[in-house]
Design a protein around this ligand. Structure first.
Ligand SMILES: C[S@@+](CC[C@H](N)C(=O)[O-])C[C@H]1O[C@@H](n2cnc3c(N)ncnc32)[C@H](O)[C@@H]1O
Length: 281
């Protein structure tokens, strides 16, 4: 990611979550009443501009993927909270709105993000007149240049308490070193802790008909300064997570079965370009 500029991909993801609230049928996969307000007047036009292609197959599949990964993380968090977890850390939070919809009064939330993206989000909250929740803590970190642990030490995080981490839409923008350092940190947290993240499959693991969509998307994100650079096969990711005991790794068809069966609209995932995983201590 370029150093001085907020993440443009974070905006793209947030616009698609907002479009889900307007254009997709009930029940929504991610019911997020803050998804539109957080964009405020500043990005209202971006929502309107998406309308023309809203039901294109690629647009539907991308929106389905983005809302499913948030929903999955929030479902896993709900299970963990039911087992007593009281800390949630969003690594690369972007414009995620969970902290503003948090139904758990005792949950402490930490949004860890690149300093320029985090500053932009906080300015956007002010201009959109959304107050910052009192149990939300901001931790600015450049994952490539700084230690997440050291920056978290400056916050009120309890390193001895079970903690859930979510890292959505982030891994494929990182170097392997930055990816590993977070996994190694999470592995030091006590039993009951876990991480939810998505990863992209390498090009050689994709079917021929999936390559065009991947290449188009790769070129688009590279052109805005956020190139894809880290890919895993399911076997490789299982190897990376050897310090964790329970793994759930869902591909597009598993997500379609879980979240998109019986819908009355066309919203569903396509292909097998990326998976979402949860791993628990
Ligand atoms: C595609 S956005 C996803 C945002 C959010 N998780 C979501 O799903 O809406 C990628 C996020 O990764 C963060 N990111 C990418 N590279 C980073 C780095 N080197 N250090 C810190 N954050 C980084 C960006 O700031 C951005 O918030």
């Amino acid at each position: 990611m370029e150093i001085a500029r907020p993440s443009r991909t974070a905006l793209g993801v947030a616009v698609r979550r907002a479009c889900h609230q307007i254009h997709d049928s009930s029940p929504l996969v991610l019911d997020d009443p803050i998804a539109i307000p957080i964009l405020g007047d500043t990005y209202r036009q971006a929502i309107d501009d998406s309308a023309a292609s809203i039901n294109d197959r690629f647009s539907l599949a991308m929106r389905a993927w983005l809302v499913a990964r948030n929903r999955y993380a929030e479902d896993k968090l709900a299970e963990a909270v039911a087992h007593g977890v009281q800390q949630y850390i969003l690594l690369g939070a972007g414009l995620d709105t969970f902290a503003h919809r948090n139904p758990y009064p005792d949950l402490k939330i930490f949004e860890v993000d690149h300093p320029s993206t985090q500053r932009w989000k906080r300015d956007l909250l002010v201009s959109s007149q959304l107050p910052e929740p009192t149990n939300l803590h901001y931790v600015p970190v450049d994952f490539e240049l700084q230690s997440i642990a050291r920056q978290l030490e400056e916050s009120c995080l309890d390193f001895t308490a079970p903690t859930v981490f979510a890292r959505l839409g982030v891994v494929l923008y990182l170097t392997h070193t930055a990816f590993r350092s977070a996994i190694d940190l999470i592995a030091t947290f006590p039993a009951g802790s876990g991480v939810i993240f998505d990863y992209a499959l390498p090009r050689h693991a994709l079917a021929a008909h999936e390559l065009e969509a991947r290449d188009t998307l790769s070129a688009r994100v590279a052109s805005i300064g956020e190139p894809f650079q880290l890919f895993f096969t399911p076997e490789e990711i299982a190897g990376e997570l050897s310090g964790f005991s329970v793994l759930e790794d869902l591909d597009a068809s598993a997500l379609n079965y879980r979240y998109f069966a019986n819908r009355t609209d066309q919203l569903s995932l396509l292909g097998r370009s990326a998976n979402i995983i949860s791993a628990w201590r």
